[in-house]
Design a protein around this ligand. Structure first.
Ligand SMILES: Nc1ncnc2c1ncn2[C@@H]1O[C@H](COP(=O)(O)OS(=O)(=O)O)[C@@H](OP(=O)(O)O)[C@H]1O
Length: 405
């Protein structure tokens, strides 16, 4: 017979059994909790509050992910938590990102290389897709809600319309952030999906501000209206338009600066010089058929979601045009006359102070090139050719741009 234990320590026959079951239960609970925590962490949900909420969404199918990244998603976070994320973990957000490289330092030049705009060459002949390959200078705007998300406004063109000037002027606004190069998402990289587009394309910027990356023009890309609408039907679209004849010459001048051996403007203009048949497959001509391109956009967006900026007025009265743009984007009217001066040497309006600097700033030498002399008869023929398209465009937009006298 076993000796009795200390008083009170003698377990009943049931006690050791229940204690060991309890211990096992505790152990199992602990391991279960640990596994749950690990699984949770692997799903990237236990990152510090600063981690991009929208970016963790995973691969969204085009047309579906847009809403997930929009303010509604951010609304799930309490305002305090959101503010904390901004303050604690992304101090760089408070700094203005460096200015995007200007034409002078290569970005623009590199971009221009992509669009020789010659028949048969890249961005050259043909309607629709080939024109789409010629990346007209466009800009995408990100109306920011404090985290990564898709653009809420895009400057969709037109190439040589004055898109760079609009971007540089808009950057003066304290609520505007400019970001890196546009990834040609809606024309070339759409297959990569919206999550990729959102990914690292746009910086996280302060709530209430928006960023404006330089981007290709989607105005002449057939697929762009449907794709942008699939991203968000609310996207605001800005088009800088310019007299299509001058625009075509400007386009040609750009190509000529890269390839001095190209045929003359006059010979490229006609399919048959004798009959006077215009070569509408030449992208320099095709891009200027604004009414035709606009029709595609109006199939997906109501007119009120498009703003047409006059390229001519952007030169004559930059503050006036910027006023309209600020209103359209819901920005406070901050950019006014006092921001501009006319630089006689450049022949264009320039900024008294560049964004982030105290020095005056004109656009680089690839903006405001001297155009070659074009045979006046050819210019007249082109004017006649564009007139009906221009009139249609005035009718559609409710605005006479004055290109036809
Ligand atoms: N302030 C100011 N300074 C310089 N240039 C100005 C300005 N405002 C508008 N423009 C006109 O912008 C034309 C170039 O248009 P884009 O910037 O859209 O060109 S691009 O498509 O991005 O290559 C450019 O065309 P070209 O004159 O043919 O070079 C200019 O006429």
């Amino acid at each position: 017979m076993a000796p009795p234990g200390p008083a009170g320590a003698q377990p009943t026959s049931a006690e050791p059994l229940s204690r060991s079951i309890f211990r096992k239960f505790l152990l199992m609970l602990c391991s279960l909790l640990t596994s749950l925590y690990i699984a949770y962490c692997l799903a990237e949900r236990c990152q510090p509050l600063s981690s991009p909420v929208v970016g963790s969404e995973g691969a969204a199918a085009p047309g579906r992910g847009a809403l997930a990244g929009r303010p509604s998603e951010l609304a799930r976070w309490p305002a305090g938590a959101r503010r904390k994320r901004l303050l604690r973990l992304q101090p760089w957000r408070w700094r203005r990102p460096p200015a995007p490289p200007s034409e002078a330092d290569g970005e623009e030049a590199a971009w221009e290389e992509e669009s020789p705009g010659l028949p048969g060459g890249p961005g050259g002949s043909g309607a629709g897709s080939s024109v789409a390959e010629s990346p007209p200078g466009t800009l995408a705007l990100l109306l920011d809600e404090g985290d990564k998300q898709l653009p809420q406004a895009i400057i969709i063109g037109v190439k040589k319309g004055g898109t760079r000037a609009l971007l540089e002027f808009l950057r003066v606004h304290p609520d505007v952030r400019a970001v890196g190069a546009e990834p040609h998402f809606f024309d070339r990289s759409y297959h990569k999906g919206l999550a990729w587009y959102r990914g690292d394309r746009f910086p996280r910027v302060l709530q209430g501000s928006f960023s404006a990356p330089k981007s290709p023009s989607y105005f002449v890309t057939r697929e762009a209206p449907a794709r942008i609408s699939a991203m968000s039907k609310d996207t605001k679209l800005i088009v800088v338009v310019r007299d299509p004849v001058t625009r075509a010459i400007s386009d040609y001048t750009q190509t000529l600066s890269k390839r001095p051996d190209i045929p003359t403007f006059e010979s490229l203009t006609f399919r048959n010089r004798t009959t006077g048949l215009i070569d509408t497959s030449w992208s320099a001509i095709q891009i200027g058929l604004y009414a035709k391109h606009l029709e595609h956009w109006l199939g997906h967006f109501p007119l009120r979601q498009l703003l047409f900026v006059s390229g001519e007025r952007l030169i004559r009265d930059p503050a006036g045009e910027l006023g309209r743009v600020q209103d359209f984007l819901g920005l406070k009217r901050i950019i006014t006359d006092k921001h501009f001066y006319f630089n006689k040497t450049k022949g264009f309006p320039c900024l008294k102070k560049a964004e982030g600097s105290s020095k005056p700033h004109c656009l680089g030498k690839t903006k405001g090139r001297t155009h070659p002399e074009i045979d006046p008869e050819v210019v007249q023929r082109l004017r006649d050719f564009y007139r009906p398209f221009n009139l249609k465009f005035y009718q559609m937009t409710g605005h006479d741009f004055g290109w036809d006298g």
